[in-house]
Every structure is written in structure tokens, then in C-alpha cells.
Design a protein around this ligand. Structure first.
Ligand code: FAD
Length: 320
């Protein structure tokens, strides 16, 4: 038992970007788990997706042809189970979403695998696969160690920056699978209404304000500042809960993950673990806080112990 099997997600003939995130999440574990990183693509005519599957870090693509083009829970469960029996991976990664909710628990049971959902951290420690997820309704962060046997994890979208495109496509093979007659039929897709707000998961530069902003009237000033310096304005949960900024701007465990972010400025944010869950992976974090002991400084590359309003004054002057 070795290696990592990643289940590609696609819909209506298009590969979903989360597939490259799963590949990125697998990379730090591959040396410890040994074996290959295989990308499994299930569906009718799934080979048509091949041009988009040249992703850095994939050793082999496995196509499993099925009668249905679109997702079908039972078919996927059986198809991936067959691939698992054949390849005996140590770890199987699936995107945490509506599809995986339909087939991943049954797949884990069928294969006798360890299982955890909505994982936002992956590691290997002392030979155990360690999955980080929230517990007790999100009140604590839990690390689950799977010491032996294979493990199936559904990974929260937006946790990892997508792996880059590879110069050349990896080797591909077709895996023959006798699909059961499907008991469900895909009738149509209904797009969710657009929120009309910015997608924080796609923002390169984010300046987030926390409770230190004090009152709603101060928000406008930071909105103007972020517009001027080309940042997206994010926030911590108390700011969103107060209705000062829309929920779609909240960064953290119950908000958005700053998955594409290159520079994150946290102003007046204490650094609770639930906030860190959405941004601590960002390469460059600048924290501004009046409290020198604020936890946010533990993840910041640069820290300013000071008043966020004075720093805002200075930025406004610099970017006049
Ligand atoms: C299930 C669950 C899910 C959660 N999900 C999220 C989530 O997704 N995102 C999230 O953010 N939180 C989340 N939380 C809430 C989280 O636990 C914290 O309560 C929250 O992150 C605190 O927000 P804050 O840092 O803005 O406020 P506080 O913790 O009150 O910190 C305010 C900070 O501002 C500083 N400050 C005050 N005035 C100034 C000033 N003038 N200049 C500079 N600094 C100043 C203070 O020193 C302090 O450190 C969740 C909680 C639970 C239970």
C-alpha cells in the first residue's frame, strides 16, 4: 500500500479548478507515503479532459469510462473502489463538495478506509497521515492521525493554491470497469445566483479588518484605501456578523480561504485559529495590532505593533 490517488472533479465537460488544488495538497506528502500520485478521471468520454490534466506533480492519469458523462454517486463509488482495489493507495483525496458527499462515505465504508471530511490541513507525522479539520461545530481544530491502513479524505476547496500546469502531459492509461446500471438520471443543471460580490478566494492582495476597526463608519475609509492600493477588502467574523461587510468577505474557517493570495494585511485582527485557518498559508502576511502579544504575529512575516488608523493614514499619504 503506497501512493496517492486523486479523484478529478469535472462538470458539464469542464475540469474543476479544485482538481489542481488536490494535486498541490498531495505534494508535501508524496515522499513520506511513497508510490505515485495518480489522477483518476471518471465519466463518459472523460478522455476529452486530457489536455487540461497536464498538472505538475501528477505521475499518471487513470481514465475510467462510465455510461454517464455527469456525476453519478453509485457509479463513482464503485469505479473509484475498483481503482483502489487495483492500485492500493495509502491516501485517496477528493474535493469536499456536493459530489463527494454523495459517494465518499460509502466508498470509505466499502474499502474499509479511514475517513475524514472537510479537511483543511494535511501532513504525515511518524508514519501517520494527519488530517486537520474542525470539530464540535467548529469550536476546536482537530488533528486526526491515521496510523495504519488507507485513508480517504475530502479536502476543503480553496485550501491549497492550485498546482501549476506541467510542460508535458503525464502518462495515461484506461482502466476497464463494468459500471452498474445507474439508478439516477441527471436532468439539468441550475446555476446558483451570483452573489454580485468579489470572490475572495481568487484575490491576489487582501487587506482585512477585524474588530479593531471599532465601528461601521470606519469601514468606508478602509474600502477607499483598498480600492486605491488595489487590494480586496476582507474581514474577520465579528465584522461580517455585525453586517458591516458582507459574509462573502469573511476570511477563515466559516468564511472564505485566501487561496490565491500573495500578500495579506491583517489590521485589528487578533489571530484566532478560526481566522488563521483561512489565511495562515499566505506567503507574506503583514499584521497591524496594538497588542504585541496578539496571536496574529505568530503567522506574520512583518508585524507592526501600532494603531491601524495611523498605519492607514500613512498608506493614504503614500498612495495619494
Ligand atoms: C465555529 C466558529 C467559526 C468561526 N469562523 C471564523 C472565521 O471564519 N473567521 C474569523 O475571523 N473568525 C471566525 N470565528 C471567530 C473567531 O473565533 C474570533 O472570535 C474572531 O476571529 C475574532 O475576530 P477579531 O480578531 O476581529 O476580533 P478580536 O479577537 O476582538 O480582536 C481584535 C484585535 O484588534 C486589536 N485592536 C484593537 N484596536 C486596534 C487598533 N486601533 N489598531 C490595531 N489593532 C487594534 C486588538 O488588540 C485585538 O487583537 C469563528 C468562531 C467559531 C466558534
Amino acid at each position: 500500500m503506497a501512493g496517492i490517488l486523486i479523484i478529478a472533479e469535472h462538470r458539464q465537460g469542464a475540469l474543476r479548478p479544485v482538481t489542481a488544488e488536490l494535486v498541490a495538497g498531495a505534494q508535501p506528502l508524496r515522499a513520506a507515503l511513497g508510490g505515485r500520485v495518480q489522477l483518476v478521471v471518471v465519466g463518459k468520454g472523460c478522455r476529452a479532459l486530457e489536455p487540461g490534466l497536464a498538472i505538475e506533480g501528477v505521475d499518471e492519469i487513470v481514465f475510467i469510462e462510465t455510461p454517464e458523462a455527469e456525476f453519478d454517486a453509485e457509479t463513482w463509488e464503485r469505479a473509484v473502489a475498483a481503482a483502489c482495489t487495483q492500485f492500493e493507495p495509502r491516501l485517496v483525496l477528493v474535493s469536499h463538495g456536493i459530489d463527494s458527499m454523495g459517494f465518499a462515505p460509502a466508498l470509505a465504508l466499502r474499502c474499509g478506509y479511514g475517513f475524514a471530511t472537510d479537511v483543511f490541513g494535511l501532513a504525515v507525522a511518524d508514519g501517520a497521515v494527519v488530517a486537520t479539520r474542525a470539530g464540535y461545530g467548529g469550536k476546536v481544530v482537530v488533528e486526526l492521525g491515521f496510523r495504519q491502513g488507507a485513508v480517504l479524505l475530502t479536502l476543503r476547496p480553496g485550501t491549497y493554491k492550485p498546482a501549476s500546469a506541467a510542460a508535458a502531459a503525464p502518462a495515461a492509461r484506461e482502466f476497464v470497469f463494468a459500471a452498474p446500471a445507474s439508478r439516477t438520471r441527471n436532468l439539468r443543471f441550475i446555476e446558483p445566483p451570483a452573489s454580485g460580490d468579489i470572490d475572495m478566494t481568487a484575490a491576489d492582495f487582501i487587506l482585512s479588518v477585524g474588530r479593531g476597526v471599532g465601528e461601521q463608519d470606519h469601514i468606508e475609509r478602509f474600502r477607499a484605501l483598498t480600492d486605491r492600493i488595489g487590494f480586496a477588502l476582507g474581514c474577520s467574523r465579528p465584522v461580517a456578523d455585525s453586517g458591516w461587510l458582507p459574509k462573502s468577505r469573511q476570511i477563515g474557517q466559516s468564511g472564505r480561504t485566501a487561496s490565491q493570495c500573495k500578500l495579506y494585511i491583517a489590521m485589528g485582527i487578533s489571530g484566532a485559529i478560526q481566522h488563521l485557518a483561512g489565511m495562515k498559508h499566505v506567503d507574506t502576511i503583514i499584521a497591524v495590532n496594538t497588542d504585541p502579544n496578539a496571536s496574529i504575529f505568530s503567522v506574520a512575516r512583518y508585524g507592526v505593533v501600532g494603531d491601524m488608523f495611523e498605519i492607514a493614514d500613512e498608506l493614504e499619504k503614500q498612495f495619494e
